[in-house]
Design a binder for this molecule. Sequence first.
Ligand code: PEP
Length: 253
Amino acid sequence: MRKKIVAGNWKMNMTYDEGQKLTSEIVNMYKDEAIQDVAVVLNPPFPHIHPVKKLVGDTAGIYVGAQNCSDKEAGAFTGEVSAKILASFGVNYVILGHSERREYFKESNELLAAKVKQAIANGLTPIFCCGESLEIRTAGTHESNVKFQLTASLFDLSPEDFSKVVIAYEPIWAIGTGKTATADQAQEMHAALRRHIASKYGKEIANETSILYGGSANPGNAKELFSKPDVDGGLIGGASLKSRDFIDIVKSF
Ligand code: PEP
């Protein structure tokens, strides 16, 4: 059975104290409310990783992720953080290919392919984001667009390595806009992605791949989104900064 995952993307938010408070609240609620069978991944900015990891401790089901990693192994790359360094701090996941990184930092499909390889080589699970702009959706080429993003950055992987990847479908027009894709739109795209994975890696691997939805998910719409057969959880931005909202999303399966 594929994993249910809810990952919080803090983006460039949270001071040290705010991050500690948010993490403690999430850990306590997760334990007190006896949440089971849903992996929670907290993806704070880099400086938070170590202290967040300490607060999470050995809480079963809660993991720490990063929002990016370098495509290089090591060396003179000022300001970069390698997958190897992240792994040495106990990081388990890394978000790659987020639309904000594609747009503002001009990350290409080729660069992302190299980052994915670094992540996997160092034991990190990539949460690989794909999604279309409003322009592409309006033109009706959204399905071919996301399929191409997968092909270009992931389909060089061996079946064994591909099995380590989590996909996040994030329509750009729904990120941070308050405009969520309908559950039917999400299901349609997740099913198309799963078929595309099956065409390359076979049905078994496709059925085991967790595909998360991201884009203005909140406690009010998560239940309907998560009820769809190909939606295996969420990548949550804004609502991951409020412990109650985030945990309510985690409890929406
Ligand atoms: C995101 O940035 O990955 C995201 C889904 O953001 P939001 O939930 O705020 O739309």
